[in-house]
Design a protein around this ligand. Structure first.
Ligand SMILES: [Mn+2]
Length: 331
């Protein structure tokens, strides 16, 4: 950690990046590091492939320098951020998680700092702070600031609290460690309003999305043994409700929350009429191995893959693969 703080102190210009489709931990950790660098009067810009999701906009300040590669034409004169001395990459198990185009550019930096909590062996940074035991990347940012005796303050407390709240699934997932709660408690003492943050993050579901959820809920199915549940969304449903793929992101959590369910599945038609499958496991079954059968991947408890078949067939293929795999696991 001393190394990383020295690189921060010894350089003047930085970019901060995180993964595609940034989540609360990606956004919160980036903002916390951004605010720290600004306090040190460094030149700094946040560069991600995607824009910040709507639900995290409340954390942003008006003058935040933010580049989304998706939003801009990559004209040469817009690449000045590439002149920065240091790239700080947060919450990415691999550099490729920043998106192919961005990863290619970051790879050219002479100094890359990698801070992450995924169980990855890829130490792609010149300086790596990786701890799979940490509940969120935000925990490591907190550790770094504590190590450097840097005051957290109200603003950074909001960022870190939001990151930990969302990455632990509101303190419901296995990573809801004593330390996760301890940091949350300290952030509340710094002035965070948990009720307000929960309201801004969770109680903002758009009407159209609720209607789509209703249609999707109609498709809910459960296996005869009650252990595998699935739900899906078609392009037709999204068209009817005026929604997009982004609106379906949390649907699998509902499937996962059903009593007795051990494997949750969610299927969505893509624009190209392929099927995107999401898999979640609540037991020891490693769903990333099942996703790998179809060329996908992920973690033990959360994985995904894309299948080029109509939705009915794709669903059957995944369930069959799961059953086969469950069988192997027992054998
Ligand atoms: Mn994370």
């Amino acid at each position: 950690m001393g190394d990383i703080l020295n690189v921060i102190k010894g350089n003047d210009s930085f970019i901060i990046s995180s993964h595609i489709n940034p989540d609360g931990d990606a956004v919160g950790s980036q903002l916390a590091v951004y605010s720290l660098l600004k306090d040190l009067e460094k030149s700094v810009c946040i560069v991600n492939r995607d824009p910040i999701p709507f639900i995290y906009k409340f954390l942003l300040e008006n003058d935040l320098p933010y580049i989304s590669l998706k939003d801009m034409e990559m004209a040469e004169n817009q690449n000045s951020w590439m002149d920065a001395q240091v790239a700080i990459v947060l919450d990415c198990a691999s550099l490729a998680r920043t998106g192919d185009a961005l990863a290619e550019k970051i790879r050219k930096f002479d100094k890359i700092i990698n801070i992450d909590h995924h169980a990855s062996k890829e130490e792609f940074g010149h300086y790596n702070l990786i701890d799979p035991e940490a509940c969120a990347t935000a925990e490591l940012i907190f550790d770094l600031m504590s190590y450097g005796d840097i005051r957290i303050g109200r603003k950074r407390a909001d960022y870190l609290y939001t990151a930990i709240l969302t990455d632990t699934g509101s303190f419901r997932y296995g990573n809801s460690t004593p330390k996760a709660h301890d940091i949350a408690s300290r952030m509340i003492k710094e002035g965070v309003n948990p009720q307000k943050i929960a309201e801004l993050v969770y109680e903002v579901i758009p009407y159209q999305q609720a209607k789509l959820f209703g249609m999707s809920l109609d498709t809910l199915e459960i296996s005869t043994d009650g252990k595998i549940a699935q739900m899906w969304v078609t392009n037709d449903m999204m068209e009817k409700t005026g929604t997009t793929a982004e609106d379906t992101e949390d649907f699998i959590d509902y499937v996962r929350s059903l009593r007795g369910v051990e494997i949750a599945l969610f299927f969505r038609e893509t624009e190209g009429n392929n099927i995107k499958a999401s898999l979640r496991s609540k037991n020891n079954l490693d769903v990333s191995k099942v996703a790998a059968v179809f060329g996908g991947g992920g973690h033990k408890a959360a994985a995904g893959c894309t299948i080029q078949e109509p939705i009915g067939k794709a669903r059957k293929m995944v369930v069959d693969a799961l059953k086969k795999y469950q069988h192997w696991e027992k054998a």
